[in-house]
Ligand binder design. Structure first.
Ligand SMILES: NC(=O)c1ccc[n+]([C@@H]2O[C@H](COP(=O)([O-])OP(=O)(O)OC[C@H]3O[C@@H](n4cnc5c(N)ncnc54)[C@H](OP(=O)(O)O)[C@@H]3O)[C@@H](O)[C@H]2O)c1
Length: 286
């Protein structure tokens, strides 16, 4: 069913979801914090807006008439910087939640919030699912988990909210296989025995559409099927191209944020969603 859909944070994922939902007939409102990106947004959404969640002067009236919202905000820094994480997950997400709670429209609303499977942190490589408590020993994970809780607290008679925990994203413009192969024969100072989780952009788009259609509530892992260690993954990618292996550490760097978990996507599968791209080792249909 088409409706009016808001995308808070039209970055890599938000913009791709916007294009898809418009094709399905939704009217899409999309936001950026940067006036310089407004022109770019005109190509992907019907109604581009400047919006910075957490800015007390922000005009939030565009939230009033929405039927669905995707929260796809992320810190703009590539590496973990605590003040940026604190700003986005500790302040901006709760401020947006507050604005959604107090919106004046009465439309039933569905909210999908993009979080990270990284919240499972160090599970010593064990299988984990949505019932596994996040590893909040790292401050980044504690912030991510608190933002998830803030969003889930929106669930009430008129609002349904879900959290989609994404694996590391690969897809057009994020060619992780080539990036990994570019380290062939070199030392990388990360623990090669750790298992990470991944997901293709195409499956995030499908997952957001699925969440909206099914009006999902609660937490869902949106990850592909691959549960390889970094070393297994790089070996597979390099062998495939006749390249020497990447040389990983066998230990953790002091203070490093650890992600070592086999993240299960069984919960989504049980309700009928399966990744169209099982792993980055599979060719992607054009
Ligand atoms: N990248 C990954 O591998 C990965 C892995 C797991 C989970 N995720 C999650 O996936 C989501 C989307 O990631 P992405 O790669 O699409 O991120 P991205 O390309 O960096 O886009 C982030 C968007 O958030 C906006 N934003 C930042 N602070 C904001 C604020 N205070 N108020 C409103 N908007 C704000 C940015 O605005 P501007 O347009 O002004 O820059 C940008 O549009 C994020 O929630 C991220 O945590 C990503």
């Amino acid at each position: 069913m088409s409706g009016r859909f808001g995308i808070i944070g039209c970055g890599y994922v938000g913009s791709a979801v916007a294009v898809h939902l418009r094709r399905l007939g939704h009217e899409v409102v999309g936001t950026t914090t940067s006036p310089g990106r407004l022109g770019e947004l005109c190509d992907v959404v019907d109604h581009p807006r400047i919006y910075s969640a957490g800015d007390p002067m922000a005009d939030v009236s565009f939230l009033d008439r929405l039927d669905g919202v995707l929260i796809a905000m992320a810190p703009t820094t590539a590496t973990f910087e605590e003040d940026q994480y604190q700003k986005v997950y500790g302040q901006s997400v709760p401020a947006l939640v507050d604005a959604l709670r107090h919106r004046s429209g009465q439309n039933p609303l569905h909210v999908s919030y993009l979080s990270s499977a990284g919240v499972y942190g160090d599970q010593s490589g064990a299988i984990c699912n949505e019932l596994t408590p996040p590893d909040c020993s790292s401050s980044a994970n504690a912030l991510l988990a608190s933002a998830e809780s803030a969003v889930l607290a929106l669930n009430d008679a008129s609002t349904q909210a879900c959290v989609l925990r994404l694996g590391g994203i690969y897809g057009p413009g994020k060619d992780i296989p080539s990036f990994i192969r570019s380290a062939a024969g070199q030392s990388v100072r990360k623990n090669g025995n750790h298992i990470n989780a991944w997901v293709h952009l195409q499956d995030i788009i499908r997952g957001v559409e699925f969440a909206l259609d099914k009006r999902l509530q609660g937490i869902y892992n949106l990850v592909d099927d691959l549960q390889f260690t970094r070393r297994q993954l790089s070996n597979a990618l390099c062998d495939d191209h006749g390249l020497p292996p990447v040389i990983w550490d066998n230990h953790d760097r002091p203070g490093a944020r650890i992600f070592n978990a086999r993240v299960s996507n069984a919960r989504l599968r049980e309700i009928g969603f399966q990744p169209s791209i099982p792993s980055m080792l599979e060719p992607v249909a054009a």
